[in-house]
Design a protein around this ligand. Structure first.
Ligand code: SAH
Ligand code: F3S
Length: 469
């Protein structure tokens, strides 16, 4: 899980006459939340709110929360305590809470933390400016939680993005799956796909503003369009349409579900040159009995067959996945099936989670909850093994030259720039900042566990050795 404070980078037009106030947005959790924060920053800018990276200076602090696991919730409540102390020093400061915890806990947050001024849900993002203005004039806290997607949320909203090179674009709200461990269908509602023309307009606007890469985000992107009546399009059709947008050079997407991964989509990935050779495809558990209890709808073998077909169609594909250890009833043998999956598939990266009980889901009612000590042991065992696999996958890049989209200065070393290969490997290399936003060839000199180091191949710049350069 990431915690991120978005910082000012891309000015958007303000309403005339609006005075400037300072805004800080603290974002927890997934890319959907990052995107929602960028949209809220865009909408609030129209009301005169400018981003500041320092919550201590802000007139309005928004906490965009995540409730996917218990730990995420604990983190939120301790941060809220810190904001309370800030507010004691600066009583004019407004605190707003949104995102999945707000959607689930509703009025409870105001009861627990009466110093919060505003609580709104995951489906009220487009209303943020109105709500903040209500608080400015009201004498009591404002609470707005909607259970249905508002038209405003499907449509075009101004978005103030963190990067000028690569952008998240939401393609859908919610999720129609009912994985027995997952709180998302409760906190984000059923799947509602955004109309394709609206998505494409947003992406064309990004291309005009100089963006080179888009990541299409949703809880289950490859089910895109399945909620349209009549059934008008699917995710492959969306990828085909984005491929046509001039200026956009790379297309990525997260997250996919194995069950909705059609042959049509595999063909689209293979045939569309802008779609990157990278896939995040959660498998969650390696034992069929556990997969069934999780209500995932596939078997371990079915998952491996799918991977084999995708790898055949898309050579050099890099893969990442999500894995849960300690799901209720998971035996040692069943855990070893998960381990076997990692050994057989050899993912480039995994996101590993201890099973966490979530209110309102089915799994907490299952027998034989796994003791924390067992979960931890399984977690550590998998992590150690995966580190070796990830490092080996990265070492295979050493000596090779790859097309890199340069995103900006490296966070760790300001003398270097950072970017990604098409396979989503982070690579740091010394170069002139003028190449930010460009696709450049970089030779990998050293591979680490989480990132690669390299040198720009200047001699190759004029030679179109690598597509797109
Ligand atoms: N489709 C989503 C998945 C949401 S949650 C997406 O867009 O990413 C991300 C991951 O969190 C899941 O794939 C799962 O591995 C993990 N997760 C969800 N609920 C969990 C729980 N109750 N305990 C532990 N991990 C969980
Ligand atoms: Fe959650 Fe399963 Fe949907 S993990 S987001 S219910 S695909």
């Amino acid at each position: 899980m990431t915690t991120k404070t978005i910082s000012p980078s891309q000015p958007l037009p303000q309403e005339e006459g609006a005075s400037t106030k300072k805004l800080s947005i603290i974002t927890y959790g997934c890319q959907m939340n990052v995107y929602d924060s960028e949209r809220m920053a865009g909408v609030l800018r129209q009301g005169g709110y400018e981003l500041t990276p320092d919550a201590g200076q802000a007139d309005l602090v928004l906490m965009n929360t995540c409730s996917i696991r218990e730990k995420a919730e604990q983190k939120f409540y301790s941060e809220l305590g810190r904001l309370r102390r800030l507010k004691q020093q600066r009583p004019g400061m407004m605190i707003g809470v949104c995102g999945c915890i707000a959607q689930r806990a509703r009025g409870e947050i105001l009861e627990r933390a009466p110093y919060v001024d505003l609580v709104f849900g995951t489906l009220n993002v487009s209303r943020v400016l109105d709500l903040v203005q209500q608080v400015e004039t009201a004498s009591e806290p404002v609470l707005e939680i909607t259970d249905k997607v508002l038209d405003g949320d499907l449509g075009a909203l101004p978005v103030q993005r963190d990067s000028r090179v690569t952008a998240f674009v939401s393609v859908m709200h919610g999720c129609n799956k009912r994985c027995s461990f997952c709180v998302v269908p409760n906190t984000r509602g059923p799947q509602v796909s955004r109309p394709m023309p609206i998505i494409l307009d947003e992406i064309r606007g990004l291309a005009d503003a100089g963006y080179r890469e888009v990541t299409l985000v949703g809880q289950n992107v490859n089910a895109y369009g399945s909620d349209f009546r009549p059934h008008r399009s699917d995710f492959a059709a969306l990828l085909e349409a984005v491929q046509e947008v001039a200026g956009i050079e790379r297309i990525r997407f997260v997250t996919s579900h194995p069950l909705d991964f059609t042959q049509r989509l595999i063909d689209a990935m293979a045939g569309l040159d802008k779609v990157c050779e990278f896939l995040h495809l959660p498998f969650q558990a390696g034992a069929d009995r556990i997969l069934k209890l999780m209500r995932r709808g596939y078997t371990a073998e079915g998952y491996r067959d799918l991977i084999a077909r995708i790898r055949e169609a898309v050579p050099n594909l890099a893969l990442s996945t999500d894995v849960i250890v300690g799901f209720p009833g998971e035996t040692e043998e069943e855990f070893l099936e998960t381990r076997r999956m990692l050994e057989l598939v050899r993912f480039d990266a995994i996101y590993l989670f201890n099973y966490s009980e979530r209110p309102g889901t089915v799994a907490p009612g299952l027998p034989d909850q796994v003791p924390l000590a067992d979960k931890k042991r399984r977690f550590d065992g998998l992590l150690n093994m995966q580190k070796r696999i990830s490092l080996a996958a990265n070492l295979a890049y050493e000596g090779g030259t790859y097309e890199v989209l340069v995103e900006g200065p490296s966070k760790k070393d300001s003398a270097k720039l950072t970017g990604r290969t098409r396979t989503n490997k982070i690579i740091n290399f010394p170069a002139d900042p003028s190449c930010i936003g460009q696709l450049v060839p970089v030779r990998v000199t050293q591979a680490g566990l989480y990132a690669l180091s390299g040198e720009r191949e200047s001699s190759r710049v004029e030679m179109p050795v690598i597509a797109g350069v």
